[in-house]
Design a protein around this ligand. Sequence first.
Ligand SMILES: Nc1ncnc2c1ncn2[C@@H]1O[C@H](COP(=O)(O)OP(=O)(O)O)[C@@H](O)[C@H]1O
Ligand SMILES: [Mg+2]
Length: 238
Amino acid sequence: MLEVKQLNVSYGHVKAIHDVSFHVKNGEIFSLIGANGAGKSTLLLAISGVLSPQGGEILYNNHPVQEKNVRYMVNQGVTLVPEGRQIFYDMKVKENLMLGAYRHKKKINILEELEKVYELFPVLKTMESRIAGTLSGGEQQMVAIGRGLMSNPTLLLLDEPSLGLAPLVIKEIFLQLEKLRKTGVTIILVEQNAKAALKISDRAAVLVRGKIEKIDLAENLFQNQNLHEMYVGTAVNK
Ligand SMILES: Nc1ncnc2c1ncn2[C@@H]1O[C@H](COP(=O)(O)OP(=O)(O)O)[C@@H](O)[C@H]1O
Ligand SMILES: [Mg+2]
């Protein structure tokens, strides 16, 4: 479904991604794990059309998309839920969710999409008129994911959804991601919280200073304690 080939992404003279290659299969949960500054967000920004790479290719369903913008990618079914949620804290939950549908050029049935989001996160339905800023961190993350889902994506890119959340809340959100995958949505999950991410992933890549250090089945990486200590270190919740 997605193939990234020899990708290079820079911020001015700072090279953030060096010759990164990997592929993601239809229907899988693929995790990108790595320490702060490894280049995880940059990679998602390039795939979602926010940043243009300086070299390499991104193939989505066999078509090169590395020169495309966010609107194009959303219309192709690729949606990013950015780091730090970036929801509108002074707007209502439902208004935030509705914003997720607006980029989509096809006339998707917005109310149908909203019902799907409420099915996945029932708590949001009970809070649809609440101001988003008054919600807990976990609920705000559900709003951010829900807003991404409103564009009816086939590939969802999630940038550190567990950041700042309590372990129990992370568990609950990740459980919903597994449910989401069962409905046919492919997921790329970016996490510093390697343990939680690997538990629900099929495969994963470890990113170290802008390069892929290892790609393997998630269960193999999960059991590789050396890898945890060397590259993910303190980010692993014991
Ligand atoms: N807007 C930016 N301008 C310059 N350098 C940046 C910018 N964003 C990220 N970087 C640098 O790119 C590298 C990768 O950052 P990032 O993709 O945010 O890593 P991660 O998401 O894994 O924490 C880091 O060295 C970071 O300092
Ligand atoms: Mg990041």
